[in-house]
Design a protein around this ligand. Structure first.
Ligand code: ATP
Ligand code: MG
Length: 410
């Protein structure tokens, strides 16, 4: 069994809205073992929608449609489906009563256009919408089952869960997704460690992607039952963890910052940061994690040389002799930061994020990072590729990774 997901809206085509509905639906279908064959996006045009519906119904068992159910002129999905089915639009009395009830309850004036939302192609079934006005539609088009849901993601999700999922044909088999996040090696180097597991068509299927500065390894397993799929995935994930060692930062929703946070919390230790080129990004990433107050004491953003001297006692002569982007400065920033905050650990970052400011000796992307801890202070430096935002992101991640590795060694 396979599915095509059809999203409808001018705002999607023009790029003003990102199509998150299709991603959500694909993920939910995959959990049930249904493969998505295509994502199709069309504008609010009756002809385009009718054509896309007919084509999808000829190729897939299930067609999930979102958008264009509203009361306005540009919401034409209902009409387009009726045309594709060769059916009349008829007023559904129950739909109308429900819409009237909603408007009465909210004391909204009801417009004639809202009556349109109660119309259904003859032979189709209405899907209740407890959170919005537009009811959904379940219909048959050729051999395919078609489900039309609202475009608003929160309404769509409730309708999919409560109305569409129970109506989906019963399935054999399950698909399970797991993902490991790594840091420290580029995608191709990391992939070369696990190349034998990355065969096309294998089960589980293993692949790598790069997102938000991390190289992630996806595992997709298929089994007769959810338990089978889980077992298969667990074996592969164990092998991957063994091969990738301490490159593995975490799994699923875990991030670099949450991994560092968990390690600190387990050791009842605290952290402070001193940032230059990352301008607060490191502190931001650390505090995005709920419960960061358990271990994070605070940060100083010392961007100007004067601020480094004033708040972190970086000597003026050191700055003059070595420059702000240098190992001695990174070391001093970390050491003083640890003292000032009275934390167990302190991280510092000073670098050239670009696009300007690079020299032959100190190119754009050069970042010095300090790590002060119970055993003293260490410094590392890297030359990161990429644009300014990417250099800043990578520097923040690399600084946290230094601490993660130090904590793992303890
Ligand atoms: P309404 O009754 O609100 O008009 P509708 O079913 O007509 O609902 P649309 O008008 O197509 O839905 O979309 C309403 C809003 O939902 C859009 O402005 C957009 O912000 C959001 N939306 C629509 N489709 C998607 C999508 N595929 N992914 C994410 N958001 C979407
Ligand atoms: Mg609309």
């Amino acid at each position: 069994m396979n599915a095509i997901i059809l999203s409808i809206g001018d705002e999607l085509i023009t790029g003003q809205t990102v199509d998150t509905n299709s991603a959500y639906l694909s993920r939910r279908l995959a959990e049930r073992g249904v493969a998505t064959a295509e994502h199709v996006t069309v504008p609010d045009s009756p002809e385009a929608i009718t054509a896309a519906l007919s084509r999808a119904a000829g190729r897939a068992d299930v067609v999930l449609v979102t958008g264009g159910l509203g009361p306005t002129e540009d919401d034409v999905t209902r009409e387009a489906l009726a045309r594709a089915m060769g059916a009349e639009l008829v007023l559904n009395q129950r739909n109308l009563e429900q819409i009237e009830k909603l408007f009465l309850a909210r004391r909204w004036p009801m417009h004639e256009s809202n009556r349109r939302q109660a119309m259904l192609p003859a032979g189709a079934e209405a899907l209740e919408n407890p959170v919005g006005t537009a009811p959904g539609i379940a219909a048959r088009l050729g051999l395919a089952r078609v489900f039309v849901m609202p475009g608003v993601p929160s309404e769509m999700e409730v309708m999919f869960r409560d109305q569409v999922e129970p109506r989906l044909p019963h399935l054999e088999g399950a698909i399970l997704h797991r993902v490991l996040h790594t840091f420290g090696e580029g995608e191709s180097t990391a992939a070369s460690r696990i190349a034998d597991l990355m065969k096309r068509g294998a089960n589980p299927l293993v692949g790598t992607t790069v997102a938000a500065g991390l190289v992630s390894v996806r595992v997709v397993s298929r089994g007769r039952t959810p338990q089978d799929a889980q077992r298969l995935a667990a074996d592969t994930v164990a092998t991957l963890r063994q091969r990738l060692g301490d490159l593995v930062v975490g799994e699923g929703d875990e991030s670099m910052a949450s991994a560092v946070g968990d390690l600190l919390r387990a050791r009842r230790q605290t952290l402070a940061v001193a940032e230059s080129c990352t301008g607060g990004m490191l502190g931001q990433m650390i505090t995005v994690v709920p419960g960061a107050s358990d271990y994070f004491l605070g940060g100083l953003v010392t961007y100007a040389n004067g601020a480094k001297t004033k708040f972190l006692d970086v000597p003026g002569e050191m700055l003059k002799e070595h420059g702000a982007v240098s190992e001695p400065v990174a070391r001093t920033m970390a050491e003083r930061c640890r003292e000032r905050f009275g934390s167990d650990w302190a991280l510092s970052v000073t670098g050239i994020a670009g696009p300007g400011g690079g020299t032959e000796e100190k190119p754009v992307g050069l970042v010095h990072m300090g790590l002060a801890g119970p055993g003293g202070v260490e410094a590392t430096h890297r030359i990161f590729g990429g644009t300014r935002p990417i250099v800043r992101l990578r520097a923040s991640l690399a600084a946290m990774n230094n601490l993660r590795l130090a904590l793992l060694r303890k």
